[in-house]
Design a protein around this ligand. Sequence first.
Ligand code: ADP
Length: 511
Amino acid sequence: MEYMIGVDIGTTSTKSVLYDMKGKVIAHADSGYQLYQDIPDMAEEDPEDIFDAVIEVLGQVMRKGKVQEGELKGVSFSSAMHSLILMDKDDQPLTRAITWADNRAAKYSEELKENGVGAEIYAKTGTPIHPMAPLSKILWIKNEKPELFEQTKKFIDLKTYVFFKLFGTYKMEYSIASATGMFNIFKLKWEKQALDLLGITEEQLPELVEPTDNIKGINSKYGKILGITKEVPFVFGASDGVLSNLGVNAIDPGVVAVTIGTSGAVRVVVDKPVVDPNGKLFCYALTKDKWVVGGPVNNGGIVFRWVKDQLFAPEKITAEQMQVSTYDILTQIAEKIPAGSDGLLFHPYLGGERAPIWDAYARGSFFGLTRNHTRAHMVRAALEGIVYNLYIVMLTIEGIAGKPKSIQATGGFARSALWRQMLADIFEQDVTIPESFESSCLGAAVLGMYSLGYIDDLSAVKDMVGVTDVHKPNKDNFQVYRELLPIWIRLSRVLEPEYKSIAEFQKKHMK
Ligand code: ADP
C-alpha cells in the first residue's frame, strides 16, 4: 500500500490523518494542548506542547495504520495562521507561541490604520491590519518588550518551529508567510516596507519556500520514534484556512467555501493575488497560482451557543436530562417562525467583529422588537443574523473575485437542516455539505500527493470528498430576505458610530 499523512496544527489540538492515495481515511489521531490566557487579551501556546502533539499524532497513525517501511510516501502539513515565536541566538524560544487569538497588539494595529501606513502595507501583503497578524505583534513587542526584541535571531511561526525541530532549518512556505502581514503577495518576497517599519532584516525571518516544496532527512531521534525513514519527504504545505477550501472541494472559480463553526469564514479561490480596496478581505496563498480571498468572522456558532446558554437555560437542562442536543430543540423552536422572523433583526457582534466591519468595539443587538415577538423569534433572528453577516462578507468578495456559483458549507452549523436551508435562501445559492472529516488534513494530504506526483491535479480532490446534503434556495424565503437585507445593512451603518461608546461604558462598569 501507499500512504500519505496530513497533519493539521490547530489552535487547541493537532490532528493527523493517514490516507491511501485515493483519499480514503485509514487512521486518525488527535492531541490537545493548553491555550494560555493568563492575562486579558493573551492567547499563547507552548511550542514544545505543539511539537510533542505532532510527534504523538504522527506516531499514532503510523501504528494504527500498521504502516510498513517504504509504504509512507509523504507527510504534508496544515497549520493555524498568524502565530509568532521569537527564537534566540541558540535557537531556543524566547517566547511561547503568540497565537492569532492574542489581542495585545491592538494598540499598534490601530495606529497603523490611523496613520495610513497600514493601508499601504495591506495593499502589498493582503493581510488585513489587525492584532492577529505577526506584523502588529512584532511592532508591539518592539515597543513594549524591547529586551526580547533585541535578543531575537528569528521571528518564526509554529509550523516553522516544528520543521526546525525535525530538520534543523528555518523555512516558511508562502501560505503561512502570506498571513504574516510582512510578505509581498505580488512579488513573493518579504515586503521591505514592513521590515523597515519593524526594524528587522530578511535574515531574521525564515527562508521562503513554496507550499509544494518538501524536505527529507528527518532527525534520526524522531525518525526512530515514529518509524519514519530519512527518505520520506515532508511537504511544507499551507495554512488551515486555504487547505480547508481544498479539502472541501471549493477550489474551482466561483465555488465558495462557507464555514460556520465556533467562528466563521467565507473564502473563494482565484488564480492570482488580489486585494480589497477597503482592506477588509484577506488574500492568502494556497499555491503559487491559487490564492484564497475571503473574510474571517468572529461571530459564528458561538452566538448560537450564547442563545442556548443565556436565553434557553431551562430548555438546556431538560435537553440534558433527555440526553438530546439543546441545539436540536432550539432548531425545532426556530422552525415554527417564518423566514425573516416577522421583522426581528439581529446583529451578531457579541465578540467584536473582524470581517466585514473589522471593529473590535462592535456589539450585538436585536432591532424591531414588538410585543408579538417571542424567544422563538429571537433564536431564528440570531441564526439569520449570523448568515446575513456572512452574506455581507460574500458581497465584498464578489466585488473583487466575481459572482459566486455555488457554496460548499462546513462546520457545526451543518447539523441543523434549518440553518443549512437559511444559508441557501439568504445567499440565493445551492448549498452542498461535503462529507468533511478534518478537511484541512485532507487538503494537506492532497497538496502533498499533487506535489509528489501521485495525482496530476488538485481537482482530484472531488473524487475524495463525499456529499451529505444539498439545499436549493427557496424563492419565497429568498424574497423575504431581500426585503430585510437593505434594512439590516443600513442599520449596521447607523449603529456603527455608537459601538465604541457602549464598549467603553462596558469596560468601565462591567465586572
Ligand atoms: P469548531 O469551530 O470549534 O471546530 P464546530 O464546527 O463543531 O466547532 O461548531 C460548533 C458550533 O456548531 C456551536 O457553537 C453551535 O453553534 C453549532 N452547533 C453544534 N451542534 C449543532 C446542532 N445540532 N445544530 C445546530 N448548530 C449546532
